[in-house]
Ligand binder design. Structure first.
Ligand code: ZN
Length: 421
Protein backbone atom coordinates (compact mmCIF):
# COMPACT_ATOMS: atom_id res chain seq x y z
CA UNK A 1 0.00 0.00 0.00
CA UNK A 2 1.11 3.56 -0.41
CA UNK A 3 -0.40 6.92 0.21
CA UNK A 4 -1.08 9.34 -2.60
CA UNK A 5 -1.87 12.95 -1.89
CA UNK A 6 -5.03 14.14 -3.61
CA UNK A 7 -5.38 17.73 -4.64
CA UNK A 8 -8.24 19.58 -3.05
CA UNK A 9 -9.35 23.15 -3.65
CA UNK A 10 -6.81 24.33 -1.09
CA UNK A 11 -3.92 22.22 -2.31
CA UNK A 12 -2.92 18.84 -1.00
CA UNK A 13 -4.88 18.23 2.13
CA UNK A 14 -6.11 14.67 1.90
CA UNK A 15 -4.64 11.24 1.34
CA UNK A 16 -6.04 8.28 -0.47
CA UNK A 17 -4.69 4.80 0.02
CA UNK A 18 -3.85 2.85 -3.11
CA UNK A 19 -2.32 -0.58 -3.44
CA UNK A 20 1.23 -0.21 -4.76
CA UNK A 21 4.37 -2.21 -5.24
CA UNK A 22 5.54 -2.25 -1.67
CA UNK A 23 7.00 1.23 -2.10
CA UNK A 24 6.66 3.00 1.20
CA UNK A 25 7.48 -0.08 3.24
CA UNK A 26 10.68 -0.13 5.19
CA UNK A 27 12.32 0.01 8.55
CA UNK A 28 14.13 3.08 9.75
CA UNK A 29 17.39 1.83 11.22
CA UNK A 30 17.89 4.79 13.52
CA UNK A 31 14.49 4.45 15.14
CA UNK A 32 13.40 0.90 14.59
CA UNK A 33 10.25 2.51 13.22
CA UNK A 34 8.35 0.81 10.46
CA UNK A 35 6.56 2.85 7.82
CA UNK A 36 4.36 0.66 5.70
CA UNK A 37 1.21 1.81 3.92
CA UNK A 38 -1.17 3.10 6.54
CA UNK A 39 1.26 2.12 9.37
CA UNK A 40 3.78 4.80 10.12
CA UNK A 41 5.51 6.51 13.02
CA UNK A 42 7.01 9.92 13.63
CA UNK A 43 9.34 11.14 16.33
CA UNK A 44 11.28 14.38 16.83
CA UNK A 45 12.83 14.52 20.31
CA UNK A 46 14.59 17.85 19.64
CA UNK A 47 12.99 20.97 21.14
CA UNK A 48 12.87 23.65 18.41
CA UNK A 49 13.06 27.36 19.33
CA UNK A 50 12.58 29.63 16.30
CA UNK A 51 12.80 33.36 15.66
CA UNK A 52 15.01 36.38 15.01
CA UNK A 53 17.20 37.17 18.00
CA UNK A 54 16.74 33.82 19.76
CA UNK A 55 20.46 33.03 19.56
CA UNK A 56 21.18 36.12 21.62
CA UNK A 57 19.18 34.66 24.49
CA UNK A 58 20.85 31.27 24.74
CA UNK A 59 21.95 31.61 28.34
CA UNK A 60 18.73 30.20 29.84
CA UNK A 61 18.88 27.09 27.64
CA UNK A 62 22.53 26.53 28.53
CA UNK A 63 22.05 26.83 32.29
CA UNK A 64 19.01 24.54 32.12
CA UNK A 65 21.18 21.79 30.66
CA UNK A 66 24.54 22.11 32.39
CA UNK A 67 27.12 24.14 34.25
CA UNK A 68 30.24 23.71 32.12
CA UNK A 69 29.52 24.59 28.46
CA UNK A 70 31.76 24.41 25.39
CA UNK A 71 31.18 26.49 22.26
CA UNK A 72 31.85 24.54 19.03
CA UNK A 73 32.20 26.45 15.76
CA UNK A 74 34.56 26.92 12.80
CA UNK A 75 36.89 29.64 11.57
CA UNK A 76 34.31 31.15 9.17
CA UNK A 77 31.60 31.51 11.79
CA UNK A 78 34.22 32.53 14.36
CA UNK A 79 34.87 35.68 12.33
CA UNK A 80 31.19 36.71 12.22
CA UNK A 81 30.09 39.64 14.38
CA UNK A 82 27.02 37.76 15.68
CA UNK A 83 29.31 35.32 17.48
CA UNK A 84 30.21 38.04 20.00
CA UNK A 85 26.59 38.14 21.16
CA UNK A 86 26.45 34.37 21.45
CA UNK A 87 29.76 34.22 23.34
CA UNK A 88 28.46 36.75 25.85
CA UNK A 89 25.72 34.21 26.65
CA UNK A 90 28.34 31.60 27.57
CA UNK A 91 31.24 33.79 28.78
CA UNK A 92 33.10 31.01 30.59
CA UNK A 93 32.90 28.48 27.75
CA UNK A 94 36.09 27.41 25.99
CA UNK A 95 35.83 27.63 22.19
CA UNK A 96 36.53 24.63 19.97
CA UNK A 97 36.80 26.10 16.47
CA UNK A 98 38.81 23.41 14.66
CA UNK A 99 35.90 21.97 12.67
CA UNK A 100 36.75 21.57 8.98
CA UNK A 101 34.43 22.10 5.99
CA UNK A 102 34.12 18.30 5.86
CA UNK A 103 34.45 17.24 9.52
CA UNK A 104 36.79 14.31 10.02
CA UNK A 105 36.66 11.45 12.49
CA UNK A 106 39.89 12.83 14.03
CA UNK A 107 38.25 16.17 14.83
CA UNK A 108 35.28 14.41 16.43
CA UNK A 109 37.72 12.40 18.57
CA UNK A 110 39.52 15.60 19.60
CA UNK A 111 36.25 17.27 20.61
CA UNK A 112 35.18 14.22 22.65
CA UNK A 113 38.57 14.26 24.42
CA UNK A 114 38.11 17.95 25.27
CA UNK A 115 34.64 17.29 26.69
CA UNK A 116 35.94 14.43 28.83
CA UNK A 117 39.10 16.17 30.05
CA UNK A 118 37.35 19.42 30.95
CA UNK A 119 34.28 17.69 32.38
CA UNK A 120 31.98 19.67 30.09
CA UNK A 121 28.30 18.87 30.47
CA UNK A 122 26.66 20.90 27.66
CA UNK A 123 27.73 21.87 24.13
CA UNK A 124 26.59 24.84 22.06
CA UNK A 125 27.28 24.25 18.34
CA UNK A 126 27.08 27.38 16.17
CA UNK A 127 27.57 26.85 12.44
CA UNK A 128 26.43 24.98 9.36
CA UNK A 129 25.99 21.26 8.95
CA UNK A 130 29.70 20.54 9.41
CA UNK A 131 29.87 22.14 12.84
CA UNK A 132 26.59 20.62 14.02
CA UNK A 133 27.48 17.15 12.72
CA UNK A 134 30.90 17.22 14.41
CA UNK A 135 29.33 18.38 17.68
CA UNK A 136 26.59 15.74 17.51
CA UNK A 137 29.11 12.94 17.07
CA UNK A 138 31.47 14.40 19.70
CA UNK A 139 28.67 14.66 22.28
CA UNK A 140 27.69 11.01 21.74
CA UNK A 141 31.30 9.77 21.76
CA UNK A 142 32.24 11.68 24.93
CA UNK A 143 29.86 9.62 27.06
CA UNK A 144 31.02 6.31 25.57
CA UNK A 145 33.99 4.25 26.78
CA UNK A 146 37.15 6.38 27.16
CA UNK A 147 39.73 6.10 24.42
CA UNK A 148 37.30 5.04 21.70
CA UNK A 149 37.38 6.68 18.28
CA UNK A 150 34.17 7.61 16.47
CA UNK A 151 35.62 5.43 13.69
CA UNK A 152 34.42 2.39 15.65
CA UNK A 153 30.84 3.55 15.06
CA UNK A 154 31.20 5.44 11.76
CA UNK A 155 32.65 2.71 9.63
CA UNK A 156 32.79 -0.12 12.15
CA UNK A 157 29.07 -0.65 12.16
CA UNK A 158 28.67 -0.60 15.96
CA UNK A 159 25.71 1.29 17.45
CA UNK A 160 26.38 4.37 19.57
CA UNK A 161 25.15 4.15 23.15
CA UNK A 162 22.12 6.15 24.28
CA UNK A 163 23.99 8.50 26.62
CA UNK A 164 25.42 11.77 25.26
CA UNK A 165 26.38 15.26 26.37
CA UNK A 166 23.36 17.58 25.87
CA UNK A 167 23.68 19.68 22.71
CA UNK A 168 22.19 23.00 21.66
CA UNK A 169 22.42 23.28 17.85
CA UNK A 170 22.38 26.79 16.38
CA UNK A 171 22.39 26.71 12.54
CA UNK A 172 23.96 29.63 10.67
CA UNK A 173 22.85 28.39 7.23
CA UNK A 174 19.43 27.39 5.93
CA UNK A 175 20.11 23.99 4.44
CA UNK A 176 21.20 20.87 6.24
CA UNK A 177 18.42 20.60 8.81
CA UNK A 178 21.09 18.91 10.95
CA UNK A 179 19.62 20.68 13.98
CA UNK A 180 16.68 18.24 13.92
CA UNK A 181 18.14 15.03 12.47
CA UNK A 182 19.83 11.94 13.99
CA UNK A 183 22.61 11.97 11.34
CA UNK A 184 26.20 13.22 11.19
CA UNK A 185 28.10 13.15 7.89
CA UNK A 186 31.76 12.47 8.68
CA UNK A 187 34.88 12.10 6.59
CA UNK A 188 37.43 9.35 7.26
CA UNK A 189 40.43 10.40 5.11
CA UNK A 190 42.40 7.23 5.91
CA UNK A 191 39.64 5.08 4.48
CA UNK A 192 38.71 7.60 1.78
CA UNK A 193 35.15 7.41 3.10
CA UNK A 194 32.61 10.19 3.54
CA UNK A 195 29.34 8.86 4.88
CA UNK A 196 26.57 9.58 7.36
CA UNK A 197 26.52 8.13 10.85
CA UNK A 198 23.00 7.49 12.11
CA UNK A 199 21.84 7.07 15.71
CA UNK A 200 18.99 8.32 17.93
CA UNK A 201 21.68 9.66 20.28
CA UNK A 202 22.67 12.18 17.56
CA UNK A 203 19.47 14.22 17.88
CA UNK A 204 20.37 17.63 19.35
CA UNK A 205 18.63 18.35 22.65
CA UNK A 206 17.58 21.84 21.56
CA UNK A 207 17.64 23.57 18.15
CA UNK A 208 17.79 27.36 18.25
CA UNK A 209 16.89 28.52 14.73
CA UNK A 210 17.61 32.24 14.41
CA UNK A 211 17.17 33.48 10.82
CA UNK A 212 19.21 36.62 11.60
CA UNK A 213 22.35 34.42 11.73
CA UNK A 214 21.94 33.59 8.03
CA UNK A 215 22.06 37.15 6.66
CA UNK A 216 25.84 37.03 6.19
CA UNK A 217 25.81 33.97 3.91
CA UNK A 218 27.30 34.84 0.50
CA UNK A 219 25.29 34.10 -2.65
CA UNK A 220 26.80 30.70 -3.42
CA UNK A 221 26.37 29.45 0.14
CA UNK A 222 22.78 30.71 0.16
CA UNK A 223 22.11 28.88 -3.11
CA UNK A 224 23.97 25.68 -2.19
CA UNK A 225 22.35 25.33 1.24
CA UNK A 226 18.92 26.34 -0.05
CA UNK A 227 19.03 23.64 -2.71
CA UNK A 228 20.24 21.14 -0.09
CA UNK A 229 17.05 21.90 1.85
CA UNK A 230 15.03 21.41 -1.34
CA UNK A 231 16.83 18.09 -1.93
CA UNK A 232 15.86 16.94 1.59
CA UNK A 233 12.23 17.87 0.94
CA UNK A 234 12.13 16.03 -2.39
CA UNK A 235 14.11 12.98 -1.24
CA UNK A 236 12.07 12.61 1.95
CA UNK A 237 8.97 12.77 -0.23
CA UNK A 238 10.06 10.23 -2.84
CA UNK A 239 11.95 7.95 -0.41
CA UNK A 240 10.82 4.32 -0.38
CA UNK A 241 10.12 4.89 3.32
CA UNK A 242 7.95 7.96 2.76
CA UNK A 243 4.88 8.37 4.91
CA UNK A 244 2.05 10.92 5.08
CA UNK A 245 3.26 12.96 8.06
CA UNK A 246 6.68 13.54 6.47
CA UNK A 247 5.10 14.02 3.02
CA UNK A 248 3.25 17.09 4.26
CA UNK A 249 6.34 18.54 5.94
CA UNK A 250 8.28 17.94 2.70
CA UNK A 251 5.70 19.58 0.47
CA UNK A 252 5.50 22.70 2.60
CA UNK A 253 9.30 22.89 2.82
CA UNK A 254 9.53 22.57 -0.98
CA UNK A 255 6.85 25.20 -1.55
CA UNK A 256 8.67 27.68 0.69
CA UNK A 257 12.07 27.13 -0.97
CA UNK A 258 10.56 27.66 -4.42
CA UNK A 259 8.81 30.80 -3.19
CA UNK A 260 11.72 32.47 -1.39
CA UNK A 261 14.94 31.16 -2.96
CA UNK A 262 15.24 33.91 -5.57
CA UNK A 263 14.49 36.67 -3.06
CA UNK A 264 17.33 35.68 -0.70
CA UNK A 265 19.73 35.23 -3.62
CA UNK A 266 18.99 38.74 -4.84
CA UNK A 267 18.95 40.37 -1.39
CA UNK A 268 20.77 38.62 1.51
CA UNK A 269 19.14 41.01 3.99
CA UNK A 270 15.59 40.18 2.90
CA UNK A 271 14.47 39.35 6.44
CA UNK A 272 11.17 37.81 5.39
CA UNK A 273 12.87 35.59 2.83
CA UNK A 274 15.60 34.56 5.27
CA UNK A 275 12.94 33.73 7.88
CA UNK A 276 11.00 31.47 5.49
CA UNK A 277 14.16 29.79 4.17
CA UNK A 278 15.33 29.07 7.74
CA UNK A 279 11.92 27.62 8.54
CA UNK A 280 11.91 25.60 5.29
CA UNK A 281 15.34 24.10 6.03
CA UNK A 282 14.32 22.97 9.52
CA UNK A 283 11.02 21.68 8.17
CA UNK A 284 12.85 19.75 5.43
CA UNK A 285 15.15 18.25 8.08
CA UNK A 286 12.08 17.10 10.00
CA UNK A 287 10.66 15.75 6.73
CA UNK A 288 13.57 13.49 5.73
CA UNK A 289 14.89 12.41 9.14
CA UNK A 290 12.51 9.41 9.23
CA UNK A 291 12.20 8.44 5.49
CA UNK A 292 15.86 9.36 4.79
CA UNK A 293 17.38 10.54 1.51
CA UNK A 294 17.85 8.66 -1.77
CA UNK A 295 19.73 8.90 -5.10
CA UNK A 296 20.54 12.62 -4.96
CA UNK A 297 22.42 12.26 -1.68
CA UNK A 298 23.98 8.94 -2.71
CA UNK A 299 25.44 10.74 -5.76
CA UNK A 300 26.52 13.72 -3.67
CA UNK A 301 29.04 11.81 -1.51
CA UNK A 302 31.67 11.08 -4.22
CA UNK A 303 30.95 14.45 -5.87
CA UNK A 304 31.96 16.07 -2.57
CA UNK A 305 34.83 13.82 -1.55
CA UNK A 306 36.46 13.55 -5.00
CA UNK A 307 35.55 16.81 -6.70
CA UNK A 308 35.19 18.97 -3.60
CA UNK A 309 31.74 20.25 -4.40
CA UNK A 310 30.11 21.62 -1.21
CA UNK A 311 27.37 19.25 -0.03
CA UNK A 312 24.41 21.31 -1.23
CA UNK A 313 26.12 22.10 -4.54
CA UNK A 314 26.70 18.37 -5.09
CA UNK A 315 23.03 17.61 -4.38
CA UNK A 316 21.86 20.45 -6.63
CA UNK A 317 24.16 19.21 -9.41
CA UNK A 318 22.00 16.11 -9.95
CA UNK A 319 18.67 17.21 -8.43
CA UNK A 320 16.85 18.33 -11.60
CA UNK A 321 18.06 15.25 -13.48
CA UNK A 322 16.90 13.05 -10.58
CA UNK A 323 13.46 14.69 -10.67
CA UNK A 324 13.16 13.75 -14.34
CA UNK A 325 14.55 10.24 -13.70
CA UNK A 326 12.09 9.48 -10.88
CA UNK A 327 9.07 11.27 -12.36
CA UNK A 328 7.66 8.41 -14.50
CA UNK A 329 7.58 6.03 -11.53
CA UNK A 330 6.13 8.58 -9.14
CA UNK A 331 3.38 9.70 -11.52
CA UNK A 332 0.65 11.67 -9.80
CA UNK A 333 2.53 11.78 -6.48
CA UNK A 334 5.24 13.99 -7.96
CA UNK A 335 2.70 15.93 -10.03
CA UNK A 336 0.93 16.69 -6.73
CA UNK A 337 4.19 17.91 -5.20
CA UNK A 338 4.81 20.17 -8.21
CA UNK A 339 1.24 21.47 -8.16
CA UNK A 340 1.44 22.20 -4.41
CA UNK A 341 4.60 24.23 -5.12
CA UNK A 342 2.71 26.19 -7.78
CA UNK A 343 4.07 24.55 -10.95
CA UNK A 344 2.11 23.54 -14.03
CA UNK A 345 4.09 20.30 -14.32
CA UNK A 346 7.01 18.30 -12.93
CA UNK A 347 9.08 19.37 -15.94
CA UNK A 348 8.52 23.05 -15.16
CA UNK A 349 9.59 22.38 -11.57
CA UNK A 350 12.78 20.63 -12.74
CA UNK A 351 13.57 23.56 -15.05
CA UNK A 352 13.16 25.95 -12.12
CA UNK A 353 15.77 23.99 -10.12
CA UNK A 354 18.21 24.47 -12.99
CA UNK A 355 17.39 28.18 -13.17
CA UNK A 356 18.06 28.43 -9.42
CA UNK A 357 21.50 26.86 -9.94
CA UNK A 358 22.35 29.43 -12.59
CA UNK A 359 21.02 32.23 -10.36
CA UNK A 360 23.23 31.07 -7.48
CA UNK A 361 26.35 30.58 -9.61
CA UNK A 362 26.40 26.80 -9.05
CA UNK A 363 27.78 24.36 -11.63
CA UNK A 364 25.29 22.88 -14.11
CA UNK A 365 27.64 20.91 -16.39
CA UNK A 366 30.47 18.41 -15.91
CA UNK A 367 32.94 20.99 -17.19
CA UNK A 368 31.75 23.60 -14.72
CA UNK A 369 31.99 21.07 -11.87
CA UNK A 370 35.53 20.09 -12.91
CA UNK A 371 34.60 16.47 -13.63
CA UNK A 372 36.56 14.95 -16.55
CA UNK A 373 34.97 12.36 -18.84
CA UNK A 374 37.58 9.86 -17.72
CA UNK A 375 36.26 10.00 -14.14
CA UNK A 376 32.65 9.14 -14.95
CA UNK A 377 32.83 5.36 -14.60
CA UNK A 378 34.51 5.45 -11.20
CA UNK A 379 32.25 8.32 -10.08
CA UNK A 380 29.23 6.18 -10.92
CA UNK A 381 30.70 3.14 -9.17
CA UNK A 382 31.28 5.18 -5.99
CA UNK A 383 27.73 6.54 -6.00
CA UNK A 384 26.11 3.32 -4.80
CA UNK A 385 25.88 4.26 -1.14
CA UNK A 386 23.08 2.34 0.66
CA UNK A 387 20.86 5.44 0.29
CA UNK A 388 20.65 4.56 -3.42
CA UNK A 389 18.47 1.61 -2.45
CA UNK A 390 16.02 4.07 -0.89
CA UNK A 391 15.30 5.59 -4.31
CA UNK A 392 11.80 4.94 -5.64
CA UNK A 393 13.29 3.66 -8.92
CA UNK A 394 16.03 1.05 -8.80
CA UNK A 395 19.14 2.74 -10.19
CA UNK A 396 21.59 0.87 -12.43
CA UNK A 397 25.11 2.09 -13.24
CA UNK A 398 24.07 2.71 -16.85
CA UNK A 399 21.25 4.97 -15.62
CA UNK A 400 23.76 7.16 -13.81
CA UNK A 401 26.10 7.18 -16.81
CA UNK A 402 23.18 8.42 -18.91
CA UNK A 403 22.30 11.00 -16.26
CA UNK A 404 25.86 12.35 -16.23
CA UNK A 405 26.03 12.26 -20.04
CA UNK A 406 23.08 14.66 -19.97
CA UNK A 407 25.22 17.06 -17.93
CA UNK A 408 28.07 17.14 -20.49
CA UNK A 409 27.19 20.56 -21.81
CA UNK A 410 24.33 22.93 -22.16
CA UNK A 411 22.17 20.76 -24.38
CA UNK A 412 19.38 23.32 -24.37
CA UNK A 413 19.41 27.04 -23.73
CA UNK A 414 18.76 28.02 -20.12
CA UNK A 415 15.05 28.25 -19.51
CA UNK A 416 13.73 31.68 -18.75
CA UNK A 417 11.60 32.38 -15.70
CA UNK A 418 9.47 29.28 -15.16
CA UNK A 419 5.86 29.47 -16.13
CA UNK A 420 3.25 28.44 -13.67
CA UNK A 421 5.06 29.65 -10.56
ZN1 ZN B 1 21.77 17.12 2.35
Amino acid sequence: MRLYPRLSMRGVSEFEVYPANGVGAGVDGAHGMRSSGSWWAYRLPTEVLFGEGRASALGAQVTALGRCPVLVTDAVVGAQSFLRGIRSEVPSAPVFDAVEANPTVGTVDALADLLRVQGCDVVVAVGGGSVMDCAKAGCALARGPAGQSIRRYHSGGEALGPDRVPLIAVPTTSGTGSEVTPFAVLDDPEKGLKAPLSSPSLYPTVAVVDPALTYSMPLRVTASTGLDALSHAMEGYWSRQHQPFCDMLAMEAGRLVFEWFEAVCLDPFDSEGRRWMAYAATLAGAAFQIPKNAMVHACSFPLSSRFHLPHGTACAFVLDAAIRFNAPALGDRLEAFAAYCGFASVEVMAAEVRRFKRLGGLPCTLEEAGIPESALESLVAESFHPLMRNNPVEVQPEDLLRLYAGLRAEATPDPGPAAGT
